[in-house]
Design a protein around this ligand. Sequence first.
Ligand code: AHG
Ligand code: MN
Ligand code: MN
Length: 341
Amino acid sequence: MEGYNPQEYNIITLERYVLGEGHKSPDQRIASREFTLLMSSLHTTCKVIENLVRKARLNNLVGVAGNQNVQGEDQKKLDVISNEVMVNALISSGQSAVLVSEEEEHAIIVGDRTNSAAGQYCIVFDPLDGSSNIDAGVNIGTIFGIYKIREGSTGSIQDVLRPGREMIGAGYCMYGSSANIVLSSGSGVHGFTLDNSIGEFILTHPNISVPARGNIYSINEGNSMYYHEPVLDYLNSIKFPEPPKKPYSARYIGSMVADVHRTLLYGGIFCYPADKKSTKGKLRLLYEAFPMAFLTEQAGGIATTGEKRVLDVQPTSIHERCPIFLGSKDDVSDLLSFFKK
Ligand code: AHG
Ligand code: MN
Ligand code: MN
């Protein structure tokens, strides 16, 4: 048939992709009905939150909720609701054992909650990332990381106080001009776009790989007066390079999900350093730094604290923070050379 390309009709939904990965994978942590069910509850959650985000202005869901989270930050109405949606979906999936959310002071041990069957996965998440951007309608997202429960454990905080390299999967959903889920279960990074007309995430970005070098830097430069020497020197090197090199462009959205998404696709470097004011940086190790570092490495990039690989950091508490620099291999290596001086 003229003009007919059968490939155009071979649509890979997120569900089909996860099932396919399971069949391919020799890794029993992933090749299971349980993992598929967990992923299914995660992507349904993202659809629900995406719907809430799109209608927030119309349904009076913008603005603050009137409470603060454990980190002393004002919770937005959408932070609270997204958290509720996610906790409920993950518990009722029957696949979760331990949940850690930015919006919950304590880890949720699922087995301790009445009428809930505990599963074998521990999910750490930021239900709504970039909340300062909600009211302006700027891109925001949901971030998650997944650990398999430790052998013999029935669910305890020790199951999530583990280095990020032990995660078996991670991802995010960005609510922007379209909703995009980007995820990895350890065999590359793949991106899916929500087709609202059929309510399915469709594989649109198979095998995302971060360009080895980019020309964009992404950092809240308003904090420059607090930065340490290596960061200041690195920034100078990309803003005032020796000719014929050209200076880098600055892009900073202020939603980690969106800044990392652009970095994965276009290359360059995203930074949230430790500085003289925030001695451990701002971003949270478990549910911001680890999942994004996992994805970056899976896409061929580097994620470092400046001192060590992010995924090698040993967490000691669930809400701790961590400095992070991630992105293109060559750009992050250049930054690291300033830390070594
Ligand atoms: P959250 O909305 O989940 O608290 O996260 C906000 C984070 C992250 O998304 C972003 O990279 C960073 O805060 C921006 O911080 P600054 O406003 O200090 O630049
Ligand atoms: Mn966040
Ligand atoms: Mn958040």
